[in-house]
Design a protein around this ligand. Structure first.
Ligand SMILES: [Zn+2]
Length: 388
């Protein structure tokens, strides 16, 4: 901790300015020709043409410090992100007021989702209090409720037992979110590799080495597929509530399983946050068919996290050291390149998430507009959003 502080204190202030200038570099005039034919030859190097997306973006999955607003807005501008959902909105008296203030000063451009305090599940008044919190958040203009992976992996009830994602005691909360018109964004489980033994043979070994606490290999935790089953039953139980399954429906390793839930539940959407490495390792033709089939139900997300200092940046995941400007450039370029190009075997946005390469989707302009922004605008009622 002290090392980080020293770095921050010693860092010249103008680094932030230089950083901002680098981020605002515009796409060159010759780079507007997107939607190349599927047969286009893959270029060998990353082109700066993917510094910005082909169409405006709504990022439904971010984590923003309310005090970092100027830095955040500069980044959103640089990447043509028109709106961003801040999933770290907290709850009344615990961060929500600050998140709402951030929404106000950005004229609604940063959209906070609230969370709930899970302490006390099983107490007689728990559900009543939680319902009152959701009501209050809705009255304050909050459009959605974020549920983190600790539900299913860490939350316990007053008797000390694990609270499953589909615990029936929580049913009234999900029904209420639906009647309030709130969108529920759920992260359940984690990458499948986190449930397998850590070590050199684990495909996410780099990430697990940096974060030993992200391993759920211990049999004290439910298995990956079991958690996913709990999550799927939760979504299916509330047809009147709109859900976003975070991180490609929490199952980027198994698109067929994600498809089945999308087919079963018209109230269900998925975001793409922090899963381009997983999505991009499936055959491109298969994934393009997936995106075309579910073109109205996929919303763009990054899992971008930003604090006050440049060091406090998270690009979908984090390593042992904070990302530098070159990591940030690669992150955005590889992100837009994945959705827009037919390039093959290029480096994905977050190398810490695995040492493999990905194939681009080459989505059509119509599908890109929907996935980048139009679907989220509809879902979140952002009526001023338009995709030219
Ligand atoms: Zn997240």
């Amino acid at each position: 901790m002290s090392t980080v502080t020293v770095v921050i204190v010693n860092r010249p202030f103008n680094l932030l300015l230089r950083f901002g200038i680098a981020l605002t570099a515009c796409r060159g005039p010759g780079s507007g020709a997107r939607g190349r034919s599927p047969d286009a030859q893959a270029p060998t190097a990353v082109s700066p043409q993917y510094d910005r997306p082909a169409f405006p973006v709504i990022d439904v999955h971010t984590h923003f410090d309310p005090e970092a607003t100027p830095r955040i807005v500069a980044t959103l501008d640089a990447r043509n992100v028109r709106y961003a959902v801040n999933l770290s909105g907290g709850w009344p008296g615990h961060g929500l007021e600050e998140a709402l203030a951030q929404a106000r000063v950005t004229h609604g451009r940063i959209v906070p989702f609230c969370m709930l305090d899970w302490r006390g599940v099983g107490r007689p008044d728990f559900v009543e209090n939680a319902l009152a919190t959701l009501d209050r958040c809705a009255r304050l203009g909050v459009r959605g409720w974020k549920i983190a992976k600790n539900l299913g992996l860490g939350v316990t009830d007053t008797a000390g037992a694990r609270v499953a994602v589909d615990d029936p005691r929580l049913d009234p909360l999900f029904a209420r979110a639906g009647s309030l018109g709130m969108v529920v964004l759920i992260h359940s489980g984690d990458p499948r590799a986190f449930f397998e033994p850590p070590g050199p043979s684990n495909e996410r070994n780099d990430e697990l080495r940096a974060h030993p606490g992200w391993s759920f290999a211990d049999p004290v935790y439910p298995r990956w597929s079991e958690l996913l089953g709990e999550f799927e039953r939760r979504v299916a139980r509330h047809p009147g509530t709109r859900f976003i399954g975070a991180h490609f429906g929490n199952a980027a390793e198994d698109p067929d399983r994600v498809s089945r839930l999308l087919a079963q539940c018209p109230n269900y959407y998925i975001d793409t946050a922090a899963r381009i490495p997983e999505m991009g390792r499936h055959p491109a033709a298969q994934m393009r068919r997936f995106f075309e089939r579910w073109e109205d139900r996929i919303v763009f997300g990054t899992d971008l996290g930003m604090g006050v200092e440049p060091e406090a940046t998270m690009l979908g995941s984090t390593g042992e050291t904070p990302p530098g400007p070159e990591d940030i450039t690669r992150f955005w370029r590889a992100t837009f390149r994945y959705f827009e190009s037919n390039d093959r075997q290029f480096e994905h946005p977050t190398p810490i998430q695995g040492r493999w390469r990905i194939d681009g989707l080459g989505l059509s302009p119509r599908v890109l507009r929907k996935v980048y922004g139009e679907n989220a605008a509809r879902l979140l009622n952002l009526t001023e959003f338009s995709s030219p």
